[in-house]
Design a protein around this ligand. Sequence first.
Ligand code: SF4
Length: 101
Amino acid sequence: MTERKNLNSGLTFQTLNLPCRFLDKESGLCTVYEERPLVCRIFPFYLEPLTGHATLLPVQCGVNLQIVPLGSLNGWSLRDFETAAKQWLAEIWDEAELHQH
Ligand code: SF4
């Protein structure tokens, strides 16, 4: 178990550090990908529910996501990431609007 402090809210909480139950250990793929929750869709951003602030999680996700400094020619730069994140959020927003109709 790990204790973490949220810098936006000031609250301290504990995490269990267990793998997600929907992660297929053999393939490393999400078994509910099409229906995954919002928190997974916006990863590696975290939305603070109390304040609404978005935070970039200080993690790297396997070989699929590597965040590197601006100007780097290798992998994703922060600017690339910002562009992709805006696109993802627009897609999520469009999808949410579709479900309302
Ligand atoms: S995308 Fe979300 S639901 Fe799917 S395996 Fe990862 S953490 Fe679990």
